[in-house]
Design a protein around this ligand. Structure first.
Ligand code: CTP
Ligand code: CA
Length: 224
């Protein structure tokens, strides 16, 4: 990483990046989560910093350490993630939602560890929907550039286009998950950028840090 070798297209900009899968408690020792490792989000935070931005990384995976100088806010649940992002949104220029928030949370997490009961062979957890943070940002944004990710296992383009419109965002980076060579927990990724104005940019298989630089560069150029 050499700061001087990158065009400073994000100089003077405040950038918020979210990373990692959230955890929703079932009881004090168990939770619901997903396979997001936080690597892509952390690389995006690094890339934004290298391009000159002041960066806040809101992450469920603070052990995936970003570059020095990046402000790290550690969260666990969707509710904490939402609070951390929304309270900083007014002064932000760019928000990139690379986190994987749980779509549902446990309606009533148990206050004590759930014990097995003799003769009880099934357990039902009731889930309630979490707020869509990205859609909320899309609804309230003024001058901010708001970007989201779409991890899909099928119909990448159709699903990404739907999310771009439904959430009123400026960019959706779509990536195919369930591939052995990219995606969750891999150091590599591939995808497609769908911009609000209809522009489409392919991101062939590359390292997550290369992909992050490309994404952040494209965003920076659109802020000029
Ligand atoms: N997202 C969010 N809040 C949620 C769920 C998702 O902000 N409660 C954001 C993610 O960070 C990502 C984008 O929305 O940037 C798309 O997430 P994804 O899970 O692909 O889409 P969903 O809208 O949740 O739809 P589905 O899971 O049904 O495909
Ligand atoms: Ca989802």
């Amino acid at each position: 990483y050499y700061r001087f070798s990158h065009p400073q297209v994000l100089a003077g900009k405040q950038v918020i990046v979210t990373a990692g899968g959230t955890q929703e408690a079932i009881d004090p020792v168990r939770y619901i989560s997903n396979r997001s490792s936080g690597k892509m989000g952390t690389e995006l935070a690094n890339a934004a910093s290298l391009l000159g931005a002041t960066v806040t990384l809101v992450t469920t995976r603070p052990e995936v350490q970003p570059l020095p100088g990046i402000d790290v806010v550690s969260v666990m649940t969707v509710s904490q993630l939402q609070e951390a992002v929304e309270s900083r949104f007014a002064t932000a220029d760019v928000v990139i939602m690379a986190a994987a928030p749980s779509d549902f949370r446990v309606a009533k997490p148990a206050t004590q560890k759930i014990k097995k009961v003799a003769g009880q062979d099934e357990l039902t957890l009731q889930l309630v929907k979490n707020p869509d943070i990205l859609a909320g940002l899309g609804q309230h944004k003024k001058r901010q550039f708001v970007a989201g990710f779409a991890a899909e296992t099928e119909s990448l383009q159709v699903n990404a286009a739907k999310k771009l419109n439904a959430k009123n965002v400026d960019l959706i980076v779509a990536n195919q998950v369930g591939q052995p060579t990219s995606g969750f927990n891999s150091n590599n990724n591939a995808g497609t950028m769908f911009f609000k104005d209809g522009q489409v940019i392919e991101l062939p298989l590359m390292t997550k840090s290369q992909m992050a630089l490309k994404i952040v560069q494209e965003i920076g150029e659109r802020l000029q």
